[in-house]
Design a protein around this ligand. Structure first.
Ligand code: GDP
Length: 424
């Protein structure tokens, strides 16, 4: 059975925990898009881990973890994460890297930094991990596949071709030192011995595994609203965050995915710029941020304080629809236990008209939230493992949101630990 775990909104919904949990009976976990620009936080018997590029199945010795073709693969980061895992007692995790995955090159990070500096106050809030320049190169066909490391003439030629264009931009647009293709080649060829043991044709491997009936998890990064086609463009990321893309980023048939778990957090948070309709500020936001402190409401990659807001039914309904949700995993409900009343955004008012349809970006910028106030439950709900043992107001909160978004909430997460979970 193939399952996808994806985000409903802006990311940081708690996908890491849900993946780690569902990984208990998985054979394979795959990352299919994105790169080291976002993080997963996982708490388990080994400790607390912030992972960026590694699939979340890494802690289970029986799981094969795959870096799929759709990922922006950063080799130095991979080496760094392997070292970090080893230092924390995790030896030789099983990892396979797609032989067609493209390399995040040192100059992608440079270009990300230069471009954000050039944009100045109009910048996208990039994590400067080189993701946008990486995917630009991929679609402009100047990217470099990992297999090129094993064909030095090809690698040399491709680096030279990429540098030719980049040096024009460096000289005339960014006024920065030019790239030396020879130096880049010498740096990148060192990656070869670091990745060689892991590089295989993961597409063949996965399709065979599907035929054998293996349990496979596709692990998404960020959330539906960051999708470059359907999200809050241009404040999106540069690769598709949708479950549909998992079939491409992993190389499996579109009809192979049977379950799509969309992870939605019981309140909202976002990193980076862009319209955020249910956003709150000041003390109210700070309280939620600190309460969610366990929930690591400081970006795992950047350490920037996250923007906070109330649950947004309009955005979540849209996100669940885009993902093709079969199940919603509703996380971090425990964080709201301190509130007397909990506002929930049920509509957007745009030019005097209230809608529950998620609008295009220029209209989104104008949207004002319409809130419904629900009563809080005012008691600690961590550790409760049966749905009917939750306080009535907590159940009402879950059921109200389920009705508004129109997708079944089958998992409720009431704490960061693996065991803090309720199945409905
Ligand atoms: P991702 O980007 O969607 O993978 O988000 P993360 O996996 O980084 O999760 C964000 C944070 O939420 C992490 O610090 C998790 O430990 C935490 N978390 C996940 N589920 C819950 C939950 O149900 N309750 C609380 N309090 N924290 C949670």
């Amino acid at each position: 059975m193939v399952k996808a775990i994806v985000g409903a909104c802006w990311g940081d919904e708690g996908k890491g925990k849900i993946t780690d949990m569902l990984a208990a009976d998985a054979d394979i976990v795959i990352r299919f898009q994105g790169g080291s620009n976002a993080g997963h936080t996982i708490i388990n018997d080994y400790g607390k881990f912030a992972l960026h590029q590694m699939p979340s199945g890494i802690f289970n010795k029986n799981i094969v973890n795959i870096i799929g073709t759709g990922v922006a693969f950063n080799v130095p980061y991979f080496v760094k994460e392997m070292k970090y895992l080893k230092e924390n007692g995790l030896y030789n995790p099983a990892i396979l890297i797609s032989d067609r995955v493209q390399l995040l090159m040192p100059y992608h990070i440079l270009f990300d930094t230069y471009e954000e500096a050039r944009l100045s106050d109009k910048q996208f809030g990039s994590t400067k991990s080189g993701i946008a320049p990486f995917y630009s190169d991929k679609y402009a066909k100047t990217g470099i596949q990992i297999c090129d490391l094993f064909h030095e003439d090809v690698l040399k030629e491709r680096i030279e071709a990429a540098c030719e264009i980049k040096n024009v931009l460096l000289e005339h647009l960014y006024h920065q030192p030019l790239l030396d293709p020879k130096a880049i080649f010498d740096e990148v060829i060192e990656y070869k011995k670091l990745v060689e043991p892991y590089v295989v044709n993961t597409t063949e491997y996965l399709n065979k595994a599907i035929k054998e009936g293996k349990n496979i998890l596709l692990e998404g990064q960020l959330g539906a609203l960051k999708d470059p086609d359907h999200g809050i463009f241009p404040m999106t990321t540069s690769s598709s965050t949708l479950a549909g893309f998992a079939t491409i980023g992993a190389g499996i048939p579109p009809y192979a995915i049977e379950k799509i778990y969309t992870v939605a957090k019981a309140y909202s948070s976002a990193v980076g710029g862009g319209a955020f309709v249910s956003e709150i500020w000041g003390d109210e936001a700070q309280e939620l941020r600190v309460r969610g402190g366990d929930a690591g409401e400081f970006g795992a990659t950047t350490g920037r304080p996250r923007r906070m807001g109330w649950f947004d039914c309009v955005a979540t309904r849209y996100g669940c629809m885009l993902q093709g949700t079969t199940d919603v995993a509703f996380t971090a409900i425990d964080v709201l236990s301190y509130l007397d009343e909990i506002p929930v955004c049920i509509g957007y008012e745009i030019n005097g008209v209230v809608t529950n349809e998620f609008p295009v970006t220029p209209l989104l910028e104008k949207a004002k939230p319409v809130f419904k106030i629900l009563p809080g439950w005012k008691c600690d709900i961590r550790g409760i493992s049966q749905y009917d043992k939750l306080p009535e107001n907590a159940r009402n909160y879950v059921e109200f949101i389920e009705k508004e978004i129109g997708y079944p909430i089958t998992i409720v997460s009431n704490g960061p630990k693996r065991s803090e979970i309720i199945y409905r």
